[in-house]
Design a protein around this ligand. Structure first.
Ligand SMILES: [Fe+2]
Length: 485
């Protein structure tokens, strides 16, 4: 019993000094560390400055009475157990105190053994609740970390990470900063007002971040308490507690997580720090992975864009064709209600759809007259060839059906597979309309560009034949917008 109580700090509040002294001596004998306050106001000060595990308070006191103190405690730190004592036992007072969140009450004169027993039980119950809370937090952390690693989209990751950190640590606001290319710390995300970007420009946060990065460790700053370093200014008045957390990968520090709790809340504890640590370690790795993924993806895209340009260099008439088809497909796909990943997929398919022309003879591509059947057979190979060129690049796997089938006809008369209707991938049907329109309205070796009006009429005429009728109709609705691209 004595050992278990060694670390526990009890605050005894009573305006009668003699009662305070007697209770204090008895609790100390039982291994508790005891603070005493002769008024509610003094008790508030002590609670703010110390880690108190339980408050034993008289109800009737001049100034701030026990019920007012209880109300304040429940607002400040809801989990701090409070036992009320009163020399005027009425059922109403006791019920009121319990309703307001008191753990228990004692009527004076009380037996000291009874006081110790109630205190011990309250602290044990509180410990059990805390353990359960920690367990449930760890379970939810596990879910969160799983979710963090499930996206490669950086903005989404930042958002999830900051929101989870605020939730897990019961903070009121936060921000995320990362090093940019010139190694400057930049805010990439901040909570909404009042903890917005402007708030995080306050000198205290800059100074604390620098220290956290220099030392490679987190730092908690509490309002009104002396800070670990004189170079760090005071927190603004409306902030109770602040944590700055360096975000580390195994090799380096990549940024900073800031969290604050508002005035009249409880300060951050070591437990909060541990929970954030688990979350931040996972998030830092996920962020680093997402960055690598994005980098590789951008490099692939650059290479393949180079391919598309190389194809266009072979065929002087198709200069800019791929970029235009890419823009047209995106407008059309959005109009059709596609979003997110699907838009991205169709965008790159638009850019790369003719990449297979790299394997078609230049003389055929640039032939001014009508093509012979044999020459046309050569041209017809480009969709399959294009899909073969890209098939070894995992990023482009989802584009392959679109590239392979962008010359299929809705009525089945297209190439290379002669697919018809809904057997043709949806994206390929979208691409087909955009591609045909772009081709018709540009100069070709065998003819001058057609006017928009003529091209629009051809699309209308080919509804249900070459083109999916619904997609062709949607295209006719957005065709005016294409001039502005
Ligand atoms: Fe094509």
């Amino acid at each position: 019993m004595l050992d278990a109580n060694k670390e526990k700090q009890v605050l005894v509040v009573d305006d009668e000094k003699s009662i305070c002294e007697i209770v204090k001596a008895y609790l100390q004998k039982n291994g508790y560390s005891v603070f005493q306050a002769l008024s509610g106001e003094k008790a508030v000060e002590i609670i703010k400055e110390n880690k108190i595990d339980l408050v034993l308070t008289d109800i009737k006191m001049p100034g701030m009475n026990g019920v007012d103190l209880l109300k304040w405690i429940k607002k400040y730190n809801n989990s701090l157990p409070v036992i009320m004592t009163t020399g005027f036992p009425t059922l109403d007072t006791a019920i009121e105190a319990l309703k307001l969140g008191a753990y228990d009450y004692l009527t004076k004169p009380f037996h000291l053994e009874e006081v110790v027993e109630k205190i011990s039980r309250a602290i044990q119950t509180r410990q059990l609740e805390e353990d359960n809370l920690l367990f449930s937090k760890l379970v939810s952390l596990h879910e969160v970390t799983k979710e963090l690693s499930s996206t490669h989209i950086l903005d989404e990751l930042y958002n999830r990470f900051l929101n989870y950190s605020i939730k897990v640590s019961r903070s009121n606001g936060g921000s995320l900063l990362f090093f940019d290319e010139s190694l400057q710390l930049k805010i990439v995300l901040a909570s909404s007002e009042p903890y917005n970007e402007t708030f995080w420009q306050l000198p205290v946060f800059g100074a604390a971040s620098r220290r956290a990065i220099d030392k490679g460790e987190s730092l908690i700053i509490d309002s009104g308490k002396e800070c670990i370093s004189k170079e760090i200014p005071q927190l603004p008045e409306f902030i109770q507690s602040y944590i700055v957390f360096p975000l580390k990968t195994p090799k380096k520090i990549i940024g900073i997580l800031n969290l604050v709790r508002a005035q009249n809340t409880v300060s951050f504890s070591k437990l909060d720090l541990e929970l954030i640590n688990v979350l931040a370690s996972q998030a830092s790795i996920s962020i680093e992975n997402a960055r690598l993924y994005q980098n590789i993806r951008e490099n692939y895209l650059k290479t393949v864009r180079g391919f598309a340009l190389a194809v266009e260099a072979k065929d002087k008439y198709t200069h800019g064709h791929s970029e235009n088809v890419m823009k047209f497909t995106v407008v059309l796909a959005k109009h059709l209600g596609l979003e997110g990943k699907d838009i991205e997929q169709i965008k790159y398919a638009g850019l790369l759809h003719d990449v297979g022309k790299i394997g078609v003879d230049e003389a055929i591509l640039n032939k001014p007259g009508k093509l012979t059947p044999k020459e046309f057979d050569q041209i017809k190979k480009h969709p399959e060839l294009g899909s073969r060129i890209l098939e070894n690049v995992p990023f482009f796997e989802s584009l392959l059906p679109l590239i392979k089938h962008h010359h299929e006809f809705y009525n089945g008369n297209g190439y290379p597979s002669g697919l018809a209707g809904e057997d043709i991938p949806y994206g390929a049907r979208i691409l087909s309309v955009a591609d045909a329109f772009e081709a018709m309205t540009s100069n070709r070796p065998y003819r001058k560009s057609l006017s928009h009006e003529v091209a629009v009429n051809i699309i209308k005429k080919e509804k249900g034949k070459q083109f999916d009728p619904e997609i062709a109709e949607a295209f006719l609705e957005v065709v005016k917008a294409l001039d502005k691209l």
